[in-house]
Design a protein around this ligand. Structure first.
Ligand code: FES
Length: 581
């Protein structure tokens, strides 16, 4: 490059960043000069698109621990396409370590993302997402800002390998921990399994929430094809990052914003895909929140309407047998798309600029054991079943594909636990009056009760029943559960007990009726008794301790509304006042 070119002043351009980097005045000097302290050459300020790379790397989020390298591959792609990449961090959410629960902070991160994008000279953004909550948090924040946006997921870990067999994140942990409690697995073997389960970079390799959300991002059209399943350590994950970096530059030139991609078709497709892959129940809350941010009407009932008649095609834990590595080798999400055919709306748009059908046309299927066809599904009907009844007037959900068929219609006596501490104190009490027909009820573990709605809905079974070989019971709560969990588990009861929802009225010894097919969850007491208990109910919202938690308690919406903050719903755009330096 000649000396003249190096000194060439910034050119005004149509891009948003030119308001920062274009002016030849005191502010323009300041915006460019400080960036040059990182070695940025003058030619980067020639009016080219500035691409933000929103990074959730953290050693405290092990699922995203490889994101610094992943970001480098995105940067290469951006530079190849003539863009100027700028990487920036946001708060990261590690599902395994954060207390009381990562969900408490999803909306906080979404605010971090939204304000970081809007306040900076960014024309388009690449979201690096991995561990469960990082995906919805980043997409929610970006949706409220509505710049051209593409998602690059970190990819799942390789299959766990333990004692000669495959084991899956979460799902196998839950099973092995019950085996330890039942005396079938030693403490030494259990310790050995830790390193055998998590043996490469990446997020949980079952169809848990992270893999579900990565697949649904692909189904929504917000990533390049195959984003959902390529293993984290497969070189093709880096290639996808590079290609995504190249693509976002053209998306900026075409002004292909999120709101030009996402519409009802996108979300209906995502709901159907979630059913076909046996996806996580957490996806309901996250899709509702993302739709709310971008301004697309979506309700809990839509999950029933579009998902409940879908076949389960993907045979992955926790609903089936295999793991994400096998899913990718079998053809990944494009093969599922092809298999579902007319059940999806192929005209939905995507980041590629092509329709979803064009993206996935002729996708091959390499292993019909892992990805089935609708005429030979894992289960003929999957999806999320929405339950309503006198203890869940605003709905509750159950995941039939992960449940025991014989328990889908069940009447049983309730044992009620007042939160997690009470549950842990009593569940293994040998005198607890419980058998396999009992319904375990836990309340006070919702958004405002705990707070944060932790993943404790998959309550461990009583030891004395485990020792008898019992592996499932009906469990009901206002909590969530891990996407890797399984069982006949009713979740997200709304309104939650802490705000006076009728789950608070259930007493130990009451009979509860669950009828998944009929969508019914009913407390079998007289209307008079129901009214009497309701009149005596008080709320039990967790005490506000100040700080962010207070904001959460004051503004979080119930799960059937996506658990977003009331003041964050909607699209606010990327406009920002001129700087005032
Ligand atoms: Fe991060 Fe499961 S703990 S995806």
């Amino acid at each position: 490059m000649s000396g003249d070119e190096k000194k060439k002043p910034a050119e005004p351009s149509a891009f948003r960043s030119s308001k920062w980097f274009g002016p030849q005045d005191r502010n323009g000097f300041m915006h460019r000069s400080w960036m040059k302290n990182q070695g940025t050459p003058q030619r980067m300020f020639d009016g080219r698109p500035v691409i933000g790379i929103c990074n959730t790397w953290s050693e405290l989020t092990p699922c995203n621990g490889h994101f610094r390298q992943l970001a480098e591959h995105v940067k290469r792609g951006v530079i190849e396409a003539g863009g100027f990449p700028v990487e920036f961090p946001v708060m990261s959410l590690g599902e395994t370590l954060l207390r009381p629960t990562a969900m408490l902070f999803r909306n906080l991160v979404s605010m971090d993302v939204e304000e970081s994008i809007r306040a900076n000279p960014i024309d388009g953004v690449v979201l690096l997402c991995g561990c469960d909550k990082t995906t919805p948090a980043l997409v929610m924040g970006a949706a409220s800002c509505d710049l051209p946006t593409i998602v690059v997921s970190g990819g799942p870990m390789l299959n766990g390998k333990f004692q000669g067999r495959d084991i899956g994140s979460g799902t196998s942990l839950f099973a092995m921990s019950e085996d330890v409690r039942a005396g079938k697995l030693s403490a030494a073997e259990f310790l050995d399994a830790e390193a055998c389960m998590s043996r490469s970079a990446g997020h949980c390799m079952t169809m848990g929430t992270a893999s579900t959300m990565a697949c649904l991002i692909e189904a929504l059209g917000l990533s390049l094809p195959h984003n959902g399943a390529i293993p984290a350590v497969d070189a093709r994950r880096n290639t996808l990052a590079n290609e995504s970096g190249r693509r976002i530059v053209d998306m900026v030139k075409d002004d292909l914003t999120l709101s030009k991609i996402l519409d009802r078709r996108s979300f209906e497709n995502a709901i159907r895909i979630n059913a076909a892959i046996g996806g996580s129940t957490n996806a309901i809350i996250h899709l509702l929140a993302i739709a709310g941010r971008i301004g697309i009407p979506l309700s809990l009932e839509d999950f029933e309407a579009f998902g409940s008649d879908m076949p389960l095609l993907v045979d992955l834990l926790p609903s089936g047998r295999f793991l994400m590595e096998g899913f990718y080798y079998a053809g990944g999400l494009p093969a599922v798309w092809q298999a579902l055919g007319d059940r999806l709306d192929g005209s939905a748009r995507s980041v590629t600029g092509c329709s979803m059908q064009e993206n996935n046309a002729d996708a091959p299927l390499w292993n019909a054991q892992v990805i089935r066809t609708p005429d030979a599904p894992v289960k003929p009907r999957a999806g999320i079943k929405v339950l309503k009844g006198n203890i869940a007037p605003d709905g509750a959900i159950v995941k039939p594909s992960a449940a025991t068929p014989s328990l889908m219609k069940h009447r049983g006596k309730a044992i009620v636990f007042e939160g997690l501490t009470d549950f842990r104190a009593r569940i293994d009490d040998p005198t607890l009056d419980v058998d396999e027909t009992t319904i375990l009820v836990m309340r006070g573990v919702g958004l405002k009760g705990y707070p944060g709605m932790p993943e404790v809905g998959n309550m461990p079974l009583p030891r004395k029943l485990l020792e008898r070989g019992i592996r499932d019971m009906v469990r009901i709560s206002d909590a969530r559960m891990s996407g890797t969990a399984y069982g006949t588990i009713v979740l997200h009861v709304a309104p939650e007990a802490a705000v006076g929802g009728p789950l608070a009225l259930v007493q130990t010894g009451d009979t509860i009726e669950l009828d998944v097919e009929a969508g019914r969850l009913h407390l079998d007491i007289s209307q008079e008794e129901f009214a009497r208990r309701q009149a005596a109910t008080t709320t039990h919202v967790a005490p506000a301790t100040g700080g962010y938690e207070q904001l959460f308690l004051q503004h979080v919406l119930q799960p059937d509304k996506g658990a977003d903050f009331d003041f964050l719903v909607g699209r606010r755009g990327s406009a920002v006042a001129d700087n005032a330096h």
